[in-house]
Design a protein. Structure first.
Lengths: 115, 114
């Protein structure tokens, strides 16, 4: 998983609670991403950040929030506004080289279950 | 936005045979096409990628082909082994020098039959 850590591996939450998923990388990568993975739907982009203190919405940002206060950290908060939060969440990062097609490296994921 | 379709959703092959997974994309501006392998409960791992200025790329038993005219790219695995069993995802992006937004296919579950 190449220096990207996600914690916890499994997370259980009661309905109506906010929860924060951690993503840390020690690869000195510039950009970081959060994806959601559901069975049969591939990976869908939630938020991404190209530099510190800046981030953009992906395709399914509603009910989620992020921050990027440090280059190595990109936590994701799943809020109570997210209607169906049970899923596998993946964090990724890249080292932008200034050329087309920089490789995204993924963390091991966090499986969130809402009880 | 970009749309990536992947087929088949499941694939079973005898050990030693070849496996082929196909993807199509919608946006002709896409210029980067990676393939990822995901084992159960783990994050995806890049296995091979291709850029739009290349038609084919090979790495040992794995190869990827790209047909820009047809907006189609494929993953080929030869001499399959049990450890090739996993879910494989294709992806496409309009790479904009630091603005990498991948659109993924829905995945192919490959099972190698011993």
């Amino acid at each position: 998983d190449g220096g990207i850590t996600q914690s916890p591996k499994y997370l259980f939450r009661k309905e109506g609670q906010n929860v924060t998923l951690s993503c840390e990388q020690n690869l000195n990568h510039d950009a970081m991403y959060w994806y959601r993975q559901d069975p049969g739907q591939g990976l869908r982009l939630i938020y991404y950040s190209q530099i510190v203190n800046d981030f953009q919405k992906g395709d399914i940002a509603e009910g989620y929030s992020v921050s990027r206060e440090k280059k190595e950290s990109f936590p994701l908060t799943v809020t109570s506004a997210q209607k169906n939060p049970t899923a596998f969440y993946l964090c990724a990062s890249i080292k932008t080289s200034g050329r087309a097609g920089d490789t995204q490296y993924f963390g091991p994921g966090t499986r969130l279950t809402v009880l | 936005g970009e749309n990536v379709e992947q087929h088949p959703s499941t694939l079973s092959v005898q050990e030693g045979d070849s496996a082929v997974i196909k993807c199509t994309y919608s946006d002709s501006a896409s210029n980067y096409f990676p393939w990822y392998k995901q084992e159960l409960g783990k994050g995806p791992q890049l296995i091979i990628d291709i850029r739009s200025n290349v038609g084919e790329k090979k790495d040992q038993r794995i190869a990827v082909t790209l047909n820009k005219t047809a907006k189609h790219f494929s993953l080929h695995i030869t001499e399959t082994q049990p450890e090739d069993s996993a879910v494989y995802f294709c992806a496409a992006s309009i790479s904009n020098f630091g603005n990498e937004k991948l659109t993924f296919g829905t995945g192919t579950r490959l099972t190698i039959i011993p």
